[in-house]
Design a protein around this ligand. Structure first.
Ligand code: ADP
Length: 316
């Protein structure tokens, strides 16, 4: 089976217990939960039985070891996760506002995550990789951009493929080097996985079909647009396939997009038709939102199949 690799931040998430709870005053917290978009992605792929490894850096502390142990237990290749003495694992504190939006306090850039590099172990992992996945949120410094560039070029030189989930807000585009990096990544992308409006950050057109056409004309093989509870839509040169989301109680949306992307890419790498890859991906995304904590809703293939056997779809 093809092996996929991702590089980027590992962190823990600590959550305010009550909706609307402010961080301007002390209050009850829950966690730590393992997190970091690349870690979520790799963990979900591994749980689906896909060979998957992560290039990352953590501190030699409980938060770092919590993440490494979760990834190891779930079957991910952790050989290229470096443990740094004297640096702390990153944190994200999150509180949910009453309107459903989230407010984060992050410490990522200054954490061990910023020490990521391509060392001997990362080179060995990339030497056996067939696919590299890039996340826009992971491109937060020139150093991590360089790691992504090496990952992409190494895998492409082996005849492998690249997927890209921009996961980006317009305000982030002013970070040094980010705009150029995004355009470089897009120029190497085979599977592009934007969430709804993110498509228009990269396209000149203002309607979905024309914007997708621009992406396909650049040589991207598949464009998969994530649409939250509505599911997802897939486009390639042969046409459009819409697949509805599944009805669940949303408890915590963090991580759904990464679980969806991991599942879609895993089944795309297995050569499955878009209908099947989308159905499994929508199942993983739906299960992801049913638990507090970004990785707590990650399901094994058997658990997703059991869910899909009885799940009800919403409207696409
Ligand atoms: P992102 O987190 O990247 O913004 P989305 O919010 O679109 O991505 O979620 C990714 C996928 O997770 C969706 O395409 C869908 O399959 C699933 N999903 C997300 N939210 C829900 C929900 N409330 N109910 C069911 N499925 C959901």
């Amino acid at each position: 089976m093809k092996k996929l690799v991702c590089a980027g931040e590992i962190l823990v998430e600590i959550m305010a217990e009550r909706i609307g709870q402010s961080f301007l005053a002390p209050g009850p917290l829950i966690g730590p939960f393992p997190s970091g978009a690349p870690a979520i992605f790799i963990d979900q792929a591994a749980r689906l039985g896909q060979p998957a490894g992560l290039i990352a850096a953590v501190g030699d502390d409980d938060f770092g070891h919590l993440n490494i142990e979760r990834l190891r237990a779930d079957g991910a290749d952790i050989s290229a996760i470096k443990v740094h003495r004297g640096a702390a694992t990153g944190t994200a504190f999150v509180t949910y506002e009453t309107d459903g939006s989230r407010h984060f306090v992050y410490n990522i850039k200054q954490s061990a995550a910023g020490l990521i590099e391509i060392g001997v172990e990362a080179r060995a992992l990339l030497a056996g990789a067939d696919h590299f996945h890039v996340m826009g949120t992971s491109l937060f410094s020139p150093e991590v951009i360089e790691v992504a560039r090496i990952g992409i070029e190494t895998v492409k030189a082996r005849g492998g493929t690249v997927s890209f989930d921009p996961n980006i807000r317009k305000e982030m585009l002013d970070l040094p080097g980010l705009r150029d990096a995004l355009h470089f990544v897009l120029s190497k992308t085979d599977v592009f996985l934007p969430s709804g409006p993110e498509l228009f950050i990269f396209a000149g057109a203002t309607d979905e079909e024309s914007a997708v056409r621009e992406m396909l004309d650049r040589g991207i093989s598949a464009v998969v647009i994530k649409k939250g509870a509505q599911g997802a839509v897939h486009y390639d040169k042969t046409g459009r396939t819409a697949s509805p989301g599944f009805v669940v109680d949303e408890i915590d949306p963090t991580g759904a997009g990464d679980c969806f992307a991991a599942a879609f890419v895993s089944f795309w790498l297995r050569g499955e038709v878009p209908e099947k890859a989308l159905r499994i991906a929508n199942g993983c995304g739906a299960l992801a939102v049913t638990r507090k904590g970004p990785m707590e809703g990650i399901a094994s293939l058997a658990a997703v199949e059991a869910f899909l056997a009885t799940a009800r779809t919403g409207t696409p």
